[in-house]
Design a protein. Structure first.
Length: 147
């Protein structure tokens, strides 16, 4: 597998291992319709590889050499709550994602750094669900042709 794919898999693996203070009941790489989930499937999230920028780190033959890349991974998560706790549910999801991914910024040795760079909420629009959109930026290096 490529480093890009290894990084995506590591994000899923780390979030799937969380059991406290919340446990994600559904984790996937494919988008889903939140309204189709049962109560037992919350909190739920999906992860998608997003934009990537690359720059050449070494000079060599065209198409070969070392590169440095920055990939944005989009995490879209949903919790379910009541009128008195939906904001807390959203905040808890963001905190758990950030703290979990901060425990290994190298993404199991495949990256140089991992940072949560953006977190947006649905602001109550989809109540009784609480939705968050989190952008995780990962910096990594790879040698072209070795994936």
């Amino acid at each position: 597998m490529s480093k890009r794919e290894n990084i995506a898999s590591d994000i899923i693996t780390k979030l799937d291992a969380v059991t406290s203070p919340i446990e994600f009941k559904k984790i996937t790489r494919e988008p889903f319709e939140v309204e189709e989930l049962s109560d037992a499937q919350f909190p739920a999230l999906f992860v998608q590889s997003g934009d990537e920028t690359r720059e050449v780190s070494s000079i060599g033959d065209t198409g070969s050499g070392s590169y440095r890349g920055t990939i944005d991974f989009l995490i879209v998560a949903f919790g379910k709550g009541t009128t008195s706790n939906i904001d807390t549910v959203r905040n808890q999801i963001i905190e758990v994602v950030e703290e979990t991914l901060d425990n290994d910024i190298t993404r199991n040795g495949n990256a140089i750094d991992t940072q949560l760079v953006e977190a947006d909420t649905d602001e109550g629009i989809i109540f009784p669900y609480g939705g968050v959109r989190i952008v995780i930026r990962v910096l990594y290096e790879f040698t072209r042709g070795t994936a």
